[in-house]
Write a new protein. Structure first.
Length: 134
């Protein structure tokens, strides 16, 4: 499971923005993204994402197809799965993003995804909810 918007505390809907990706990089619906040299790219594990991808798109040698994304704000709650067992995690812990930018890890050092709910006792693959904060 990738990052999926669950709620927005501001009550507002999210407008799509359309930006170009990085050359030779594919994108997946729900992937956490940031900007690098003015182009979208997969978010690093300890970087707060700027956007969430809203469409799966194949890699293009020269990126020319704008990719729909929503901007991440601190009042948006997202659901995703854990990429590893998080049985020692607690509500309020901040975890990192997985290498594929689609899940939360169980690593709390330099975390950017603040857990608000943990389901299924935090086993590997469990659904979690949380917020991205700067």
């Amino acid at each position: 499971m990738a990052f999926k918007l669950v709620s927005n505390l501001a009550g507002a809907s999210c407008a799509f923005e359309y930006l170009l990706g990085t050359n030779d990089e594919a994108y997946t619906l729900g992937e956490a993204l940031s900007l690098s040299s003015g182009a979208l790219t997969a978010c690093a594990a300890t970087t707060t994402p700027t956007f969430i991808c809203m469409k799966t798109q194949a890699a293009e040698t020269t990126a020319v197809t704008p990719l729909p994304v929503i901007r991440v704000t601190e009042d948006q709650e997202y659901a995703t799965t854990l990429s590893a067992s998080g049985t020692g995690l607690y509500i309020g812990d901040a975890v990192t993003i997985s290498a594929d930018s689609l899940e939360a890890t169980a690593t709390t050092g330099s975390g950017v995804f603040y857990l608000s709910e943990i389901f299924d006792s935090g086993a590997d693959g469990s659904v979690v909810h949380g917020y991205f904060k700067n």
